[in-house]
Design a binder for this molecule. Sequence first.
Ligand code: GLN
Length: 756
Amino acid sequence: MSLRFSLAKAAGAVSTWGLRHVARRPAANLPGKIALAIDPSLLDELRGKCAQGSVITVGTNGKTSTNNLLADAFEAAGRTIICNRTGANLAAGISSALLQQPTAQWGVFECDELWLAHVLPRLRSNYVLLLNLFRDQLDRCGEIDRIQTSIAGALAASPDTVLVYNADDPLCARIADEVPNRTVAYGLDESMGLAQNTVTDAQMCQKCDGMVRYHYRQYGQLGDYFCDQCDFARPTLDFAGRDITITPAGVTMEICGPAGCESVHTPQPTPYAAYNLVAAYALCREVGISTADFQRAQDAFNPRNGRLQRYRLGGRDVLLNLAKNPTGFNQNLKIVEADQGPKMVAFFINDQVADGHDISWIWDIDFEELAGQPGTVVFAGGSRAHDLAVRLKYAGIEAAVIENIEDAFSRLGALVAAGTLPADAAVYAIANYTALPPVHAALNAMEAAEPAVAPAPTPAPIAEAAGASAAPTSCHPERSAEGAEPKDPATSEPSATPASLASEESPEPPVIIAHMLPDLLNLYGDGGNVRILEQRLRWRGIPVEVRRIQHGEAVDFSQVDLVFMGGGPDREQKLASEQLLAMRDELAVYVEGDGPLLAICGGYQILGRQWLWGDELVPGLGLIDMETRRPGTSADRLIDNMVLESPLATHPVVGYENHAGRTYLGEGVEGFGRVVSSCGHGNNDDDRVEGARYKNVVGTYSHGPLLSKKPEVADWLLACALERRAERTGTPAADLAPLDDSAELAANASMVKRLS
Ligand code: GLN
């Protein structure tokens, strides 16, 4: 035992004692962090504390639940364990657990995807259980393939580790394909018949330039898939779940493995619980835990850690759950929607480091499904409550911004008093990573106070202050500048509400929006821009048709009034580039004819002469005189919030950048704006110019989505589209009536305030 290790161990012990007894705080991370600072190879030494070895659970969704269930199953089988049960899953959390808990037979750890590369080669675990990979915290990870590479590298560095993986996920299957380790595939061998969501990850084949197709898809990119061009397909399942039934009492299925088929059950009634069930079962069978012990652990599983936790408060059923990415959120919405009764739903989105600073992904959640459910009252909370309220608004859901869950309950009391909701309306609280603990603590406190009658609720105002922003009358910024000054939101006339402007039918020809390649360029919530453009027309009673031009499909740009291209990962962007290059001439005619085009990040890069994919030079469309270079590796990305000044906007523009490429504009090409915040870079590391403008084309690195906090730019694009429609169809040009943009402006103001 080295002196360094002894010192690290002592520091871990002292800090654990101090945190627990003096600061009265949990000691899940800090002791490990201090000890690792003293001895970076700490885990090598601590490995010996798990006499028979260890298991590591990784994956985007379901880590904590699955790992805790595994821990219970190990214990039910009479095995002693060391486990990071609270979900502290970086090297510091795993080290803390190893330092604090007594020597045991097994280590059962959950580990963050990007930290596996540090942890696994040191622990040399017997098994890695890989659950799934979804877009999550892309501001930390860049693009999903970076996580894949990192996990594959970790496994290659620990070649004796067995990889037990979800073969229904093409992203996990690709890792299994590449590593030298022994692998065990599990999956669900029949369709659960679920309604599908709009955006899924990994639509492009993992091996070639083909697209992934499905015999059936469960949710996200999970399912029975195959490539339309090569032999990439779901591998043969070593553990296959069949005869799956999902009822309110839970999920039951038969799992067929090497030793035969057995029936298992989990009391959690969700499709993702079905995946966690087959994952944990496969791992348990591999390590020799009997099905009886496994089932006993399942039946008793009730971690009360805020994940799918039920309460009974004041005569109401309350359900709390974590959701931190579009796939998780969509699954939660399915639970909420299944309850047809009156209910209050409170969403909480924070943007701290552990959540990811970028919350553009909330636009990839299908909140639209919740709109129109009768007797549903929705609230938006968390540090990005205003952004959430905007997202919900464009889904057709009016959500007041709340301070915290207590505020939601007091507003619920007012709604009950007013007769809007019955006293026993169900409550759903869904929160992302750092937003969850305060909600969890508050609900636990309320539960502890039961059965005492809750204090009479104080009625609170629900509506936010109204405001409106001026709608431009022309797509030419110089003309709008000559026109009326933008109205002060506080003093402007009350504008028409979405409902009063909507018209059921109209004889006008629709405005045609072409959303280019949403199956390839869809990674950063950019599709939200299209929803915003579409809704802002609908709210004004202007008919609109969105054409989603998928990979391999053609489009006639002469019949289009607005073109949109989003951002995407490098591989997908390259395939998109190739397809767009084949349409280059028609697109050039469209642009030269003043057709409006909004292109974000990867889509923006494609507009230039060329861009770099790794070292490979990819020809661009050459619609704007610019090019994109790539000085660093994929780790060297420009990732941050940014505030811009733009001639197209009277208020500051707030965006979020996440790109490896650096764009340089040609002589005389105007930027979309200038970065005025201390954070954020824009086009490159040098000139603080952000994006580009040419005719009615806007290219920008701003995710967010851009238009969610910039209705003015949305309306500028729409004004251009209306002029084009008038010319194209020979119908009179329509005006854009002002809309109530108070929610968008509040979201903008709250971010500008934070970033300046
Ligand atoms: N793949 C491109 C890059 O990293 C674009 C990324 C994006 O669209 N966010 O530069």
